[in-house]
Design a protein around this ligand. Sequence first.
Ligand code: FAD
Length: 327
Amino acid sequence: MIEKTLWDTIIVGGGPAGLAAALHLAFHRRSVLVIDRGSGPLHHIKTPIQNLPGFVGKSGQEIQQALEQDARAAGAHLISDSIGHIEGSAGRFTLRGEHGTYQSRTLLIATGIARHHPLIDGDYRKWLPFAGKGNTFYCPDCEAPELLGKHVVVIESVKLKAALSTAKRISEFAATVRILLTDGAETLPPEEHLDTSCEVIEGQIKAVKGEDGVVQALLLDSGTEITADAYYVSNRKLPRNQLVEMLGGALDDRGHPITGPRGQLVQQGRGEEDHLEGVWIAGDLLPQTQQTTIAMGSGNKSAVMIDQYLTDLHERALGKEQVLQQG
Ligand SMILES: Cc1cc2nc3c(=O)[nH]c(=O)nc-3n(C[C@H](O)[C@H](O)[C@H](O)COP(=O)(O)OP(=O)(O)OC[C@H]3O[C@@H](n4cnc5c(N)ncnc54)[C@H](O)[C@@H]3O)c2cc1C
């Protein structure tokens, strides 16, 4: 039944952006299928989030479950699959996943961004047990006040310049901030970071001491042991834009999709008005601050536009029918 249906909208990505969109569309009696492979941050965050209105103190997992429940209760269908291929155009898009093939009149791509985790003895997966927010932090805009009075180490895998800017933001709250430059992160000539009081340590992480998702210490290749109250991960963010590229969508120089004034995806090599009909983008995948409320807002905005577009599509189809009958 799911594979045979021509859905009004398929949403790829069931994080806060996709689920906010699903709720709006299902509430407006649109048939909606949300396809998600379960790798978004809220699926994994076990500790409280403090900046999401209406959900303060709830864990990421509780928020994810509540958003899924609301979308389902409104009538959206949610399935687990990973989409690897998209083709077609407005009116009929075809999506192929690992478990099936799905079709829809319109599309919302809300696949988020991938984040690099620090390498532990050459393997980023060894960091994953600590990425659920025990005492690791990722976003100064979301979390900086949680670092009040704490001794913090910024683990920087990209460039010292980024770590210095993060350290500046965190210093408003933290008691002390040190920087660990690792994974071959770009450094800066000393004269360019003389104005900071941060200690900068360089080294590769050999092992993490800790349990229950809480880091107790980082052991470096050199034998140095680094301890802190909290660890801020400053890493490379890669938009999950493969499906956008497959559709011929335009990307900016950081790999985020370019959208027009009504949120539709712009075609590669064209101006803002030349959008790909029937395709919208929402959430962290857009060039915007990565926060749950912002992701939800952009999902909701796209859904409003999709709903209006589906009304127009329906009217156009009715118009054609009348012309045929008169003819
Ligand atoms: C550790 C951490 C802590 C954070 N803390 C906070 C916080 O305290 N406050 C706050 O406001 N924000 C916080 N954020 C940011 C917040 O989680 C994101 O802004 C938000 O989740 C973005 O929502 P989204 O729906 O755009 O993308 P995501 O939540 O990333 O969801 C995208 C979904 O798409 C799925 N997907 C991707 N590609 C495919 C595909 N091809 N097929 C099927 N499914 C696919 C993924 O599995 C994922 O579930 C935090 C992020 C991290 C990593």
